[in-house]
Ligand binder design. Sequence first.
Ligand code: BES
Ligand code: MN
Ligand code: ZN
Length: 476
Amino acid sequence: MPIETTPVLTGVRGAEPAPDAELVALPFGPDLTPAAAPWLESPVPVDALLAHYEAKGEPGEVVEVPTAREGSVRRVLLYGVGDASAAALRKAGASVARRAKGRASLSVVVPSEGETAALVEGALLAAYTFTIGNGRAKSVGEIVFLGGDERELRRGETVARATALARDLVNTPSSVKTPAWLADQAKAVAAESGLAVRVWEGSELGEFGGIRAVGQGSISPPRLVQLSYTPENPRAHVVLVGKGITFDTGGLSLKPTEGMKTMKTDMAGGATVIAAMSALAAFDVPVRVTGLVACAENSISGSAQRPGDVITQYGGRTVEVLNTDAEGRLVLADALAYADAELDPDVVVDVATLTGAAKIALGQSLGAVYATDDALAAALTAAGEASGERLWRMPLVDDYRAMLDSEVADLANVDRTMSGAAGSIAAALFLREFTGGRPWAHLDIAGPARAGSDEGEITKGGTGFGVRLLLRYLTA
Ligand code: BES
Ligand code: MN
Ligand code: ZN
């Protein structure tokens, strides 16, 4: 396959850079002057240089210091670390990695204090690239971290690798990324990460009427993937459900070109679930976790479902499909109902690029969270703040539930009046019908799953949003 992601190599070595280190970055901050070191021999004293540039040591500041080494000029990067909080070091790491673009190697001296895992995470994620053939994206070949607590650094690396995996899955074009391909990726991840895996296909999907209906218009048939992580004496059972629409044309309720061109992203929730689960064993997560990824391509053809069709979801509830572009909730409903009926979860969390309305409401930086349980909403929101993937809680407005009443079926998949009002809430209310009253949260990541440009540790394209926050939630 012609797809290559730049390998983000990382090592952790002693506290001193190798004599031939190509580019060395050194922390400084309001309370941290760069240590005098023989390899930092600058023609201008370092403190004078920092004063000259009015550099205060804020996160994101990077000052280049020319140094004389073995008869040639080299550069050392001084990077600001601010208060050395997770947010500050994440930003600092990202800025340093971006400055090293195009270089073969970067050595980053780690500050002795602070949330150093976030420094590694920020640097590695900012260095992420995804190219096919001769793509123009450039990165640094290798990042080596010097000093610091190795366990912390490895933690940052594991989180970054999981996030990069989600980005790879999202960035892969849908010509490659069929439901079968996505299921195969999940199998490969399971084999590597010690997870059990089960895949439903063809007639095995018989009871999963939503997944079948959405997938029936595509030449690439649907799949349901289950990943299982089972530690000894688990404290609880969490089920994660991901939307895995490998491409969303809208179906016969076809999207216009503008709205369709980024729809390879529509399996981002599924990618987040697969990627978060890839790191559970590494973090010794003490809860049992089951991941369900409902994979289908929402395509058009003579066999596609039609507006007005009535389908039967897992568990027997009927749904009138008034808009085939509201397909995510149909595949998720099957997985949620299956989780309730068969998995006896203590908590269910679904992740989905579900509605354009969520993106309009909160933009690209925040995800929407809906929850039937206040403690769960609070825990997820706190995990979001700590991990840099922010959530904003939205209301499940009971009064709006009647919008989804149908004349002919138990439920309609969109607002009967097609007003479009409260579209993100309506979708959440639809999903709630299938959760069996269990503690449940729904993350609508339609906005933050994809970025239009590089910013901090975020790279253009798939962001892997949700991986860091779910890992934080599950390890807390
Ligand atoms: N995948 C889309 C939601 C989406 C839109 C994600 C923009 C990311 C960016 C979803 O399947 C969809 O099409 N939702 C419709 C629902 C509507 C028909 C009720 C929408 O948001 O327009
Ligand atoms: Mn859609
Ligand atoms: Zn969709």
